[in-house]
Design a binder for this molecule. Structure first.
Ligand code: HEC
Ligand code: HEC
Ligand code: HEC
Length: 443
């Protein structure tokens, strides 16, 4: 998955006043001889592996285009409005990786976003979240990273032009304006599980980096925390009380989704969300995933909303059932039934796992149709959502006009939300985010 990052995540900074250079300048930390793997205890390395999983390090530090690359060796491409940014090699190779970094240098990078030599790093590296991690977690993570195979690989050069590439000024200014360094502070009003969940979600797992909208400088809008945002053409839905799906995101629904990639009522984790459960959170102890679920169930007020779930499921089943009654004259209903209805059909009391009830799925309820179009265009592979269950891509089988008709039809018949506007144009925009037809495209 190639991430597109907002303009200023590469730091289109404004210059600060006096004292700015003193703020933005960091000394170099002396290089070391790469540590012997045997200097770290197996327990410490194991704990570090879990921290790396919680922080998706290999997602952004492993090349995915050009046929892929070795784990953690960097060169993962992130597209920005100014040019492409390539992630660093963080294997312990002394020349092209971070083999000569002491633990102190590594910790400073995680907490402050500065490399060993003192150069400011772009916040596409989510140090604005990693700054909340404890010294102990970072020490374990260091042990894990330093005991991975060293890979000699120099990432491609960034194509971000002058003067935006002057890191001292752009990054320094961005940080001065937006960055609050500091460890996670437990909330004494909440229980230990909530605080564990918040620590993971806000720190290592940086959920808000996708689920919170960013301002024109690319900083997360703290006033709209977890209000939902667009990432790579998909909408990462609101995770607070603004979540529009008709059933509540309870602790159980959240746990199932974050652990297995599919929630019984809400359906599968697709697109950029898919690796979060499948590749990463599934490695964590179940208690940690429960803690994250506990934290978000509180943020979205599930306890107050949950009582409406049974009625919402009944309504959804009735709405979907209308397709099946009588001879269909509505041409949009016919189109939908021909393309989608064979699989997206639920009878009985509630949805069946592996056959998401569209009337309950975020794709139909969000303010914009992005996720519905993205699912139609990409399909869902057997690795996404529920394991071994797939949906074909309709990239070639449906044109923009027909995708728009299906979207309008589902919104009209399955929800009580206002009709989406300019659907055909938005279908074309969604299609344009795919450079080539997916391999699973039907016909
Ligand atoms: C969302 C993508 C993303 C994630 C997740 C991510 N990184 Fe990075 N990281 C980057 C990018 C991009 C850079 C390069 C930034 C730059 O060039 O200024 C980077 C740079 C770094 C650097 C500086 C390396 C150098 O040579 O300057 C370190 C260290 C690092 N990351 C460690 C980690 C660790 C450890 C994790 C997991 C806990 C992690 N990163 C997760 C995107 C990411
Ligand atoms: C790389 C970006 C990214 C990260 C990181 C991320 N998400 Fe998501 N998330 C998404 C996208 C995109 C979707 C929509 C997926 C879909 O509809 O299939 C999503 C969907 C969800 C949903 C379903 C919401 C709904 O109404 O259907 C939940 C719950 C969720 N994410 C929770 C989390 C949590 C908790 C974390 C951190 C542990 C997290 N996400 C991290 C991008 C992300
Ligand atoms: C061959 C069967 C099949 C057909 C045909 C099909 N789907 Fe699906 N669809 C599925 C399955 C299976 C899933 C769940 C996949 C998973 O859990 O990984 C799914 C999931 C979805 C989701 C939920 C995505 C998410 O990320 O939450 C949406 C929305 C969707 N389909 C819409 C459609 C539309 C619209 C059509 C018609 C254009 C269609 N589907 C046709 C099998 C199908």
């Amino acid at each position: 998955m190639i991430k597109r990052v907002a303009a200023a995540v590469v730091g289109l900074g404004v210059l600060g006043g006096g004292g700015f250079l003193a703020y933005a300048w960091y000394p170099s930390i002396a290089p070391i001889t790469p540590p012997q793997p045997s200097s770290f205890s197996p327990d410490k390395i194991r704990r570090g592996a879990l921290v790396a999983a919680a922080g998706y390090c290999s997602e952004c530090h492993t090349r995915q285009d050009l046929g892929g690359g070795p784990d953690l060796a960097g060169d993962y491409k992130m597209e920005t409005p100014f040019g492409d940014l390539f992630s660093s090699n963080i294997t312990p190779d002394p020349e092209t990786g971070i083999g000569t970094w002491s633990e102190e240098a590594f910790r400073r990078a995680m907490w402050k976003g500065v490399d060993r030599e003192g150069t400011q790093l772009y916040p596409a590296f989510p140090f604005d979240h990693f700054t909340q991690m404890t010294a102990e977690d970072i020490s374990d993570l260091y042990a894990f990273i330093m005991t991975r195979p060293a890979v000699h690989l120099k990432p491609r050069d960034n194509t971000i032009p002058f003067p935006i590439n002057i890191r001292l000024i752009g990054q320094g200014a961005w940080k001065l304006l937006y960055f609050t360094p500091g460890r996670y502070k437990p909330n004494p009003q909440k229980d230990a599980e909530w605080n564990r969940g918040a620590y993971l979600a806000e720190g290592a797992s940086h959920c808000s980096s996708c689920h919170t909208p960013r301002d024109f400088m690319g900083a997360e809008k703290q006033s709209a925390k977890y209000d939902g945002a667009v990432i790579d053409g998909w909408i990462a839905p609101p995770l607070n009380a603004h979540n529009p799906t008709p059933t509540a995101w309870t602790e159980d629904e959240l746990f199932a989704y974050l652990r297995n990639g599919v929630a019984p009522l809400h359906g599968p984790a697709g697109g950029p969300m898919s690796p979060v459960p499948h590749t990463f959170l599934s490695q964590l102890p179940a208690s940690d995933v429960h803690a994250i679920a506990h934290y978000f169930a509180d943020l979205d007020h599930a306890a107050e909303r949950q009582s409406g779930d049974a009625a919402a499921v009944t309504t959804a089943m009735q709405r979907s059932g209308t397709d099946l009654v009588g001879p269909t004259v509505d041409p949009d209903a016919k189109l939908y039934q021909g393309a989608c209805g064979a699989c997206h059909y639920n009878s009985g009391k509630g949805p069946v796992l592996g056959r998401p009830e569209l009337a309950l799925n975020n794709a139909l309820w969000l303010d914009e149709p992005n996720n519905l179009f993205m699912v139609m265009l990409h399909g869902l592979t057997a690795e996404e959502g529920q394991s071994h269950v797939a949906m074909p891509s309709f990239y070639t089988a449906l044109d923009d006009h027909d995708m728009a008709r299906i979207a309008a039809y589902l919104r009209r018949t399955r929800t009580n939300r206002p009709a989406w506007k300019d659907l055909e144009k938005k279908a074309a925009e969604a299609r344009a985010t795919l450079k080539t037809p997916p391999v699973n495209a039907s016909r």
